[in-house]
Ligand binder design. Structure first.
Ligand SMILES: Nc1ncnc2c1ncn2[C@@H]1O[C@H](COP(=O)(O)OP(=O)(O)O)[C@@H](O)[C@H]1O
Ligand SMILES: [Mg+2]
Length: 367
């Protein structure tokens, strides 16, 4: 049996070795250790697709467990609040072995053949806040806190607003709660612009940007070593270059280099070249191609208008090149921002969010 590939180019998996992210980790560990009152207990992780948001949420939650935090993970979508409640209830049950949490309660008596309805969910008279409050108390009695993580935050969800409001009340009541959210830059800024969640604007924002080359290099080397192989300095240099500080790419390049070194057992220049080329191809087919395919005709015209600039584009210029009014161009900007295709650099200035997307589009358009 060849040694198992230690790289994990799969969305949401926690990498064997996490490159960089030191300061975010430190700040959040401190917060979990300190508990109540630490501002980082309300945090938002912001970054493009593949920057490691989901992986970091999972990782942080695991670490928080050491400090007495029970974590529940949800994705921002309808039903999220009930999901948080259900998971918290199950977590209470698991952690405390409480029987009353499992026992069904008689919720209503009727007439006819189906005369009684049994349910594990509480009566309708109790709202979410009350029910959650009780679970929080149960946890607190056992000296535990509750960490809620919300992934893939979208701005247009009522339940997000409700969660923020109730969470704020829990904080005021001095409950042991933490809320760590994650989302694409555009979705986070749209959410924070909503007046009804002003509380969230005070949450600590952590941007998951490009990882420094030195950290990428170390993590790559360490992952290979844990897997039981070697990598030469040359190979490390060229892999680091191919990765460009992008976490998902680190996993792809590593995964492919590992495969290329199946026979030799060492990643040297040849294996690195092969691995980087294969990874580039994966990235094209898994990320760039589907992103491109999802673009509408007008999206494409917007993108095409961006190609004339070398790095960043002004909306005003794009509109002019498209021969439309800025307002119209802004509507398409919104779609592309929400889809993580472009990023807003400054007011009225955008750029491509995914590495290599510009080149891909140019190729597709034969430009
Ligand atoms: N700091 C990191 N170092 C190395 N690999 C990472 C890091 N963060 C994430 N990854 C890897 O990158 C990929 C994308 O991570 P993921 O958390 O799914 O990104 P996002 O949720 O931001 O789209 C996964 O394969 C994951 O294992
Ligand atoms: Mg994710």
């Amino acid at each position: 049996m060849p040694p198992i590939n230690p790289f994990t180019p799969e969305f949401g998996s926690v990498p064997l070795v996490m490159a960089g992210r030191e300061s975010i980790k430190r700040e959040l560990f401190e917060a979990f250790a300190q508990g109540r009152g630490n501002p980082n207990l309300s945090s938002i992780l912001i970054g493009p697709r593949g920057s490691g948001k989901t992986a970091l949420l999972t990782y942080l939650a695991k670490e928080a467990a050491e400090d007495g935090w029970v974590a529940v993970h949800v994705v921002a979508m309808p039903g999220m609040l009930e999901d948080i409640y259900e998971q918290t209830r199950l977590a209470c049950q698991k952690v405390l072995g409480k029987r009353e949490a499992t026992l069904p309660q008689l919720t209503g008596l009727g007439v006819g053949p189906i005369s009684a309805s049994w349910s594990t969910s509480p009566t309708a008279a109790e709202n979410w806040r009350t029910r959650m409050g009780r679970l929080l108390q149960t946890l607190e009695d056992a000296n535990l806190g509750l960490l809620i993580t919300v992934d893939e935050v979208v701005p247009s969800l009522d339940e997000m607003v409700n969660l923020a409001a109730v969470y704020q009340l829990f904080v005021r009541e001095q409950r042991r709660v933490a809320l760590v959210m994650a989302g694409l830059p555009h979705n986070i800024s749209a959410l924070l612009n909503d007046k009804s969640v002003s509380f969230l604007r005070r949450a600590q924002q952590h941007k998951l940007g490009i990882i420094p080359d030195a950290d990428v290099r170390n993590a790559f080397k360490e992952t290979v070593a844990i897997g039981g192989r070697d990598v030469t300095d040359d190979a490390l240099d060229s892999c680091t270059r191919a990765i460009g500080g992008y976490p998902y790419m680190l996993q792809l390049v590593g995964f492919r280099c590992w495969q290329a070194s199946e026979l030799s057992g060492t990643i040297s220049a040849a294996e690195a070249r092969q691995g980087a080329a294969d990874a580039q191809e994966d990235f094209r087919s898994h990320i760039l191609a589907p992103t491109y395919r999802e673009l509408s005709d007008v999206d494409l015209r917007f993108i095409e208008a961006m190609l004339e600039d070398t790095k960043e584009s002004r909306i005003a210029d794009i509109a002019q090149r498209m021969g439309v009014e800025s307002r119209y161009a802004s509507k398409y900007r919104g779609r592309l921002l929400a889809g993580g295709v472009i990023d807003q650099v400054a007011r009225g200035v955008v750029r491509f969010a995914l590495p290599g997307f510009r080149a891909y589009v140019e190729e597709e358009l034969g430009a």
